[in-house]
Design a binder for this molecule. Structure first.
Ligand code: URA
Length: 231
């Protein structure tokens, strides 16, 4: 089997990411660096990435990423656009985005190799609060519009649940919702007469975007993962 395929099967990374790791000189076979992803392996060799032998069960990891605009939040894009997973190239495991942000939405998105945790955090039953800052058209935003967002607005797929909303500037609304319908914040703001100009997610459950710059990521600590899991 080819080396890159072997690494993908071992859960180290996707095949494409494994090829990049190999080309970058991060992979050794029996102690010798190999840069050819097509190199044949039998399974009897000791393969290591960054000096760590492959084969041990991967640990649970969760990354917080500041998604820039233009990056898609699926694990793979059929149009070849960059994905959030591409922005964490050093992950030695297959990562799944926790929920979705529109391609043009920026801000906090989590990535994990723990499918059960990802399901838990995105399942409507758990109602994880997500906070967004929306810069909107037609300022100033009035109290009536904010109150409508709080009470719930009628969308074509049904009314939205009560939300937290406040005006932080004449043209900026901060909105916390516990649902996760398609383009929900954009549709809610439009419904109250203020189409979204730009949208950023600043918090997901107990986690905040904090000082992460666009495109930056960090690994969550075990305590942060536990807090997330407990909601
Ligand atoms: N609501 C939206 O409209 N877009 C997002 O990306 C997230 C929430």
């Amino acid at each position: 089997m080819r080396l890159a395929k072997n690494l993908a099967h071992s859960g180290v990374a996707s095949r494409r990411a494994a090829e990049t790791m190999i080309a970058a000189g991060r992979v050794t076979i029996d102690g010798a660096t190999v840069t050819d992803p097509a190199r044949d392996v039998t399974g009897a060799e000791t393969i290591a990435v960054d000096g760590e032998p492959v084969g041990a069960a991967p640990r649970r990891v969760v990354y917080a990423l500041h998604k820039p605009a233009g990056v898609v939040s699926t694990a793979r894009d059929t149009h070849g656009r960059p994905t959030v997973v591409d922005l964490v190239p050093e992950a030695r495991t297959r990562l799944y985005p926790v929920g979705r942000l529109d391609a043009d939405t920026t801000g906090l998105i989590l990535l994990t190799n723990d499918g059960a945790l990802a399901d838990h955090l995105t399942h409507p039953r758990y109602e994880v609060p997500k906070t967004y800052r929306a810069k909107v058209a037609n300022p100033p935003v009035g109290e009536r519009a904010v109150q409508r967002l709080r009470d719930g607005v009628a969308l074509d797929d049904g009314p939205t649940a009560p939300a937290r909303a406040r005006r932080v500037r004449p043209d900026v609304i901060e909105l916390t919702i516990r649902e996760g319908r398609k383009r929900q914040v954009r549709r809610m703001c439009e419904a109250v007469g203020h189409p979204v100009v730009s949208l950023e997610r600043i918090a997901f459950g107990p986690l905040r975007l904090g000082g992460l710059g666009p495109g930056e990521h960090r690994q969550l600590t075990p305590a942060e993962i536990e807090r997330l899991r407990r909601g």
